[in-house]
Design a binder for this molecule. Sequence first.
Ligand SMILES: [Zn+2]
Length: 82
Amino acid sequence: MAIYYNSDGKLQEFNEWSNVVKCSNCGKPYKQDCEEQVPGFRDMDYDVCPYCDHVNKSSMSEEYFNQPMTDDEIAEYYKTHF
Ligand SMILES: [Zn+2]
């Protein structure tokens, strides 16, 4: 279970996925896990959209693990969050 901000800026619990972010280029939501990079082995990591390869973020301290959502998951996401 994770906590996220809904479109009203309120904190809500999100049961199925650790985090869902929306691509600023194609606007599609995708699943994301963030992990802190190991100190001393930090490298630039990019938050890349799994659909259109757009780089939404980059970080020297966090690593991004992105996963596309299925059409069903996206439909469910929009149904429950918008
Ligand atoms: Zn995209």
